[in-house]
Design a protein around this ligand. Structure first.
Ligand code: CP
Length: 362
């Protein structure tokens, strides 16, 4: 059995297969309309969502399956204190696959270790969002014709932007990818992505605050929202919320074939006047998200025929000697959960939590 918690849970070959299945679904939807007859998807959403939850639900309906679930923590027994581990065990009796979104970083991993069905991470706090990455990769493949040899600019909230973290991880396995990180200094990419993904894989990257002067070199511009819900300090959010606003006039500096992506929702960081530009691909991303989630559900249900439960790869892990420093980590809320950490991939002196990837106290 396999779950999708981090995009690197799938090899490049497996990702290519998923994207090709998604393309086949787009070309021949009828062929897939009964593939999941009798199967149930559970959408466990403890945090708001429009695209991810509804695209998962639409995906399962289009495969001939059914959907159960909840769209807020308040309407589930989480509000009575039920743990993620117990919830995963319970839902394993009602469904064949789980898609889970939560503000608690590492919760989908804990769910996957306790479920007897596949778990899909549909976004955990400011950490990871691997199914958005599948939508992003499918969009880039369709629009640019390749996933190698690209200069990709990420702009906005790179600190809490889970879609950014997952897409950079995915690109670390493709060839000749140059990364341009455009953000205010307060919202720079976290060190676990910078060191353990970019530097570990010798990926060329630069950090800048300047969007306009970065535009001419980009093949893909990945805009993101400054996420109010992630800020403990509301004044800090007010200071940073208008850091980047892409307009038609500013985008004139970009190449004729630079595409604009955005995971959405958008607030004001891309002018709606840019929507009519054929290089604005964020609504195509939305459509691609449904097809690639159909491909993912099919793949995980096929792999679930092998009932072996998901486990942590214990090699190099250190149990219950150090505590995670991240207040949003699952180790802070889930009762009797082991504190587990691993050495950083680039600096063995730094230990990182296996659930949320943040530094632990030594
Ligand atoms: N892109 C994305 O995750 O959107 P939602 O928050 O609406 O699911």
């Amino acid at each position: 059995m396999k779950s999708l918690i981090d995009i690197t849970d799938f090899s490049v070959k497996e990702i290519d297969e998923l994207l090709n299945t998604a393309l086949d679904i787009i070309a021949h939807p009828k062929k897939y309309s009964k593939k999941c007859k009798g199967k149930i998807l559970a959408t466990l959403f403890y945090e708001p969502s429009t695209r991810t939850r509804l695209s998962f639900e639409s995906a399962m309906h289009e495969l001939g399956g059914s959907v159960i679930g909840f769209s807020s923590a308040d309407s589930s027994s989480a509000s009575k204190g039920e743990s993620f581990a117990d919830t995963a065990k319970v839902i394993s009796n009602y469904a064949h696959v789980i898609a889970m979104r939560t503000p608690i970083e590492g919760a989908p991993l804990v769910a996957s270790l306790n479920a007897s069905i596949p778990v899909i991470n549909a976004g955990d706090g400011g950490h990871l969002h691997p199914t958005q990455t599948l939508a992003d990769l499918l969009t880039i493949k369709r629009e640019k014709g390749r996933l190698n040899n690209l200069t990709v600019g990420f702009c906005g909230d790179l600190k809490y932007g889970r879609t950014v973290h997952s897409l950079i991880s995915a690109f670390s396995r493709y060839e000749n990818i140059n990364i341009v990180l455009i953000s205010p200094k307060e919202l720079k990419l976290p060190s676990y992505v910078k060191h353990d993904v970019l530097e570990k894989n010798n990926m060329p990257y630069e950090e800048t605050t300047d969007l306009e002067n970065s535009l001419p070199k980009l093949d893909v511009l990945y805009m993101t929202r400054v996420q109010q819900e992630r800020f403990a300090d509301k004044d800090e959010y007010e200071k940073l919320k208008n850091s980047y606003i892409l307009t038609k006039e500013k985008f004139e500096k970009a190449k004729k074939d630079t595409i604009i992506l955005h995971p959405l929702p958008r607030v004001n960081e891309i002018s709606v006047k840019l929507d009519e530009d054929e290089r604005a691909c964020y609504f195509k991303q939305v459509a691609n998200g449904k097809y690639v989630r159909m491909a993912l559900i099919l793949k995980l249900l096929t792999l679930a025929k092998d009932k072996t439960k998901c486990t942590l790869n214990k090699e190099g892990l250190i149990y219950n000697q150090h505590k995670c420093t991240n207040p949003k980590c699952i180790t802070k809320t889930e009762q009797e959960l082991d504190n587990v950490c691993k050495p950083s991939k680039t600096d063995g002196d730094v230990l990182r939590c296996v659930y949320c990837d943040k530094k632990v106290n030594k």
